[in-house]
Design a protein around this ligand. Structure first.
Ligand SMILES: Cc1cc2nc3c(=O)[nH]c(=O)nc-3n(C[C@H](O)[C@H](O)[C@H](O)COP(=O)(O)OP(=O)(O)OC[C@H]3O[C@@H](n4cnc5c(N)ncnc54)[C@H](O)[C@@H]3O)c2cc1C
Length: 564
C-alpha cells in the first residue's frame, strides 16, 4: 500500500489527496499542502478558507470525535460588534470584518441567527462615563454603530431592564447558533475537497529543514492507539487550549507560551418573566477578564446569564459550582431586579484560552490581543494563540487572514485610508488655479501681468469697444472672477472641516464622503456661476453653495461630537 493510500485509510478520509501547488518556490513533496490542528469554529473556518484554493489539499486534525466540542460549544454565541478593543487591534478589525462576513454567510445559508441588538447598561455615574467612552470609541471605529437609548424608549421596549444612569445600544450585535454554523463550515470544507481526521491527537510536530521542507506531524489515533506520521507544506495551529503546547513543540524555549485559563460559568433561567428581546450587558470597567455576567438569549428566546470570570489551573475544570451563582446574583439583579432567583440554575462552563491574566477588553496595560502570525524562522507555520472572545464572531475573518498570510495576499482588514489631504490639494488647485480667470483672459488677449486683478475694470469695456471680446464674453469673465474669488474664500471652510474631523478621529469613510461631496458641489458651483446667466437658473448657484458648506458643517459637527 502506498504512503498516500495508507493515510487515506488511516484517517478514513473522504476526499482524494489531490495534486498540490501551494508553493512553486519550495517544492516539498509533502502529503498535504495544509494541515490545520483543531476543529473548533476557528480551525473549521480556516481550513474551509484554505480548501477553497484550487489544487491544494487540506487536512483538519481533531482529537475528539466531533468538531467544536471544546470552547466553540461553550460560549455565549453572541455576534459581537467589536466595541471593546483598541482600534488598531486584531480583535477589533477581525471582529468587525468577521461579524459582517458571518451575518452574510448565515443569511445566505439559512444558519439560524438573529440581529437582537445589545444594551450596555450603567447604574452609576462612573459606569455611565465608561458607557460614553465605549460610545465615542464606536463612533471613531465607524463600522460599529451605537446609540444612546432614552428613558422613555427604554421603558417602552424593555420595562424589566434597570439602567439608573443610562443605556447605549449596539445595533449590530446579535446571536448565532454556533452548532449549526460549525455543521455548515464542516460540510462546506469537505465539499471543497478538505478532509477531517477525528479522534486524531497531534503529539509532535517537527520542522523539516527549518520549515522550508514543510512540517512532519505525528498523531495518535484515540480509537486504536495507532501512531501515524505525515507531512504538510504548511501547518496552522488552531488548537485552542492545546495551541500553546503545539507552538512550544516548534519554537525555541525563550519563545514558549504559558497558557492561562479563565473559566466562565453560565446560569440557565427557567421562568418566562421577566423577559427581554435584546442582550443586556453591564458596562465593563478596565482590567476585567470578560464582559461581565451578562444576559444573552438563545435562538428560542430563552434567557441565560453569564459568564463570570474565575481563574483556574486546568482547561478541564468545567464543572459549575454553586458558589459562583451566589456571586453572580447581585450582578444580575442590578440590571434585572425582577428576576426570579429560584428559576436560576447552574448550567455549563466555558474556559477562555488566555495568554496571561490580563483583561480581555479595553485599552492599556494588560490588554492581550489575538496572536495570529507566521512565526519568524518557521515559514508556513501559522500560530493562532489566545483566541478567546470574540473568536466565534471573528472566525471567518481569521480564516481569511491566515490565507492572506500564507498566500501573501492582503486580507481586506485595513481600515479605509483618509483621503482628506488629496481632497485639500485638489480643491486648492481647483480654487486657485483652474477657476482663475487668467486662462480665459489670456485666450482673449486682455491679460495684463502688471495688475491682473484690475484687468476687467480697467480694460474690459475698452476690449468690448475695440471688438476684442463681446459684451457676453465680458460678463462671463466677470462671473468667472467672482466664482474664483468665492472658491478661494470658501476653501478655508473645507480645510477646517477636514482637519478637525481627521484630528478628532471621525472615520475616514465619513471624511472622504463629505470631502467628495464638497468637491462635487464646488465644481458644479463654478460651472453654474460661469456659464449660467439666466436670472432664474442662477438661483441654483445658491443651493449648490449651501450644499458645499453643509458638507463642511457635517464634518465640523462630527468632530464636535467626538471632541465633547
Ligand atoms: C465563556 C466564553 C464565552 C465566549 N463568548 C463568545 C461570544 O459570545 N462571542 C464570540 O465571538 N466569542 C466568544 N467566545 C470565544 C469563542 O468561543 C472562541 O474564541 C472560539 O470558540 C475559539 O475557537 P477555536 O477553534 O480557536 O478553539 P476551540 O473551540 O477550543 O477548538 C480547538 C480544537 O483543537 C483541538 N485540539 C487541541 N489540541 C489538539 C491536539 N493536540 N490534536 C488535535 N486536536 C487538538 C481541540 O479538541 C478543540 O476541538 C467565548 C469564549 C468563552 C470561553
Amino acid at each position: 500500500m502506498s504512503a498516500r493510500a495508507a493515510l487515506l485509510k488511516h484517517f478514513k478520509l473522504k476526499n482524494k489527496l489531490t495534486n498540490r501547488c501551494f508553493s512553486t518556490t519550495r517544492p516539498t513533496n509533502a502529503d498535504f499542502t495544509h494541515a490545520v490542528i483543531g476543529a473548533g469554529v476557528v480551525g473549521l473556518a480556516t481550513a474551509r478558507e484554505l480548501a477553497a484554493r484550487e489544487g491544494t489539499s487540506t487536512i483538519l486534525l481533531e482529537r475528539h470525535d466531533a468538531p467544536g466540542t471544546e470552547t466553540s460549544s461553550r460560549n455565549s454565541e453572541v455576534i459581537h460588534a467589536g466595541l471593546y478593543y483598541p482600534a488598531t487591534s486584531l480583535k477589533t478589525s477581525l471582529c468587525i470584518r468577521g461579524r459582517n462576513l458571518l451575518y452574510d454567510l448565515c443569511a445566505q445559508n439559512n444558519i439560524p441567527h438573529l440581529n437582537t441588538k445589545k444594551w450596555i447598561v450603567a447604574q452609576t455615574p462612573t459606569q455611565w462615563e465608561a458607557c460614553l467612552e465605549i460610545h465615542a470609541h464606536a463612533q471613531r471605529l465607524g463600522d460599529a454603530p451605537t446609540r444612546l437609548v432614552g428613558r422613555e424608549e427604554a421603558q417602552q421596549r424593555e420595562p424589566d431592564v434597570k439602567a439608573d444612569t443610562g443605556i447605549i445600544e449596539s445595533e449590530t450585535s446579535g446571536i448565532v447558533d454556533s452548532h449549526s454554523l460549525m455543521t455548515y463550515l464542516q460540510g462546506d470544507f469537505e465539499e471543497r475537497g478538505g478532509d477531517i481526521a477525528f479522534k486524531t491527537r497531534v503529539t509532535s510536530v517537527e520542522a523539516i529543514d527549518g520549515g522550508r521542507g514543510g512540517y512532519k506531524i505525528t498523531a495518535v489515533s484515540d480509537e486504536d492507539g495507532s501512531v501515524t506520521s505525515f507531512t504538510a507544506e504548511t501547518l496552522i495551529n488552531s488548537a485552542g487550549h492545546g495551541a500553546c503546547a503545539i507552538s512550544n513543540m516548534l519554537l525555541p524555549q525563550e519563545r514558549h507560551f504559558v497558557p492561562h485559563y479563565a473559566k466562565g460559568t453560565y446560569f440557565s433561567y427557567a421562568a418566562s418573566r421577566p423577559k427581554t428581546s435584546v442582550l443586556v450587558y453591564p458596562v465593563t470597567l478596565p482590567g476585567t477578564g470578560g464582559l461581565g455576567t451578562h444576559l444573552t438569549l438563545d435562538m428560542g428566546g430563552r434567557i441565560r446569564f453569564g459568564p463570570d470570570v474565575e481563574w483556574v489551573d486546568s482547561p478541564d475544570d468545567l464543572v459549575p459550582t454553586a458558589a459562583r451563582l451566589e456571586q453572580a446574583l447581585p450582578e444580575i439583579k442590578a440590571y434585572l431586579p425582577g428576576v426570579d432567583v429560584d428559576a436560576i440554575a447552574l448550567d455549563y462552563c466555558g474556559i477562555r484560552p488566555k495568554l496571561g491574566r490580563g483583561g480581555a477588553v479595553n485599552e492599556g496595560k494588560g490588554f492581550q490581543d489575538f496572536i495570529i502570525r507566521e512565526e519568524e524562522g518557521l515559514p508556513g507555520f501559522i500560530n493562532l494563540l489566545g483566541i478567546e472572545s470574540p473568536g466565534l464572531t471573528s472566525c471567518l475573518a481569521i480564516g481569511e487572514m491566515v490565507k492572506g498570510i500564507l498566500y501573501r495576499l492582503r486580507a481586506s482588514l485595513n481600515p479605509t485610508p483618509n483621503h482628506g489631504p488629496i481632497f485639500l490639494i485638489s480643491n486648492f488647485i481647483f480654487a486657485y488655479g483652474l477657476l482663475s480667470s487668467r486662462t480665459l483672459k489670456q485666450w482673449y488677449g486682455i491679460d495684463h501681468q502688471v495688475s491682473p486683478r484690475e484687468d476687467l475694470t480697467k480694460y474690459g469695456e475698452t476690449a468690448v469697444r475695440e471688438g476684442k471680446i463681446t459684451r457676453k464674453q465680458l460678463d462671463m469673465l466677470k462671473r468667472n472672477e467672482s466664482a474664483h474669488a468665492n472658491a478661494v474664500e470658501n476653501f478655508p471652510l473645507l480645510v477646517a472641516g477636514v482637519l478637525f474631523a481627521s484630528l478628532a478621529g471621525v472615520p475616514a469613510q465619513k471624511v472622504n464622503a463629505a470631502a467628495l461631496s464638497y468637491t462635487i458641489a464646488r465644481v458644479v458651483y463654478g460651472g453654474v456661476y460661469i456659464f449660467v446667466d439666466h436670472p432664474t437658473w442662477s438661483w441654483t448657484r445658491a443651493w449648490v453653495w449651501w450644499w458645499g458648506n453643509s458638507s463642511c458643517f457635517y464634518l465640523l459637527w462630527k468632530a464636535g461630537e467626538l471632541l465633547c
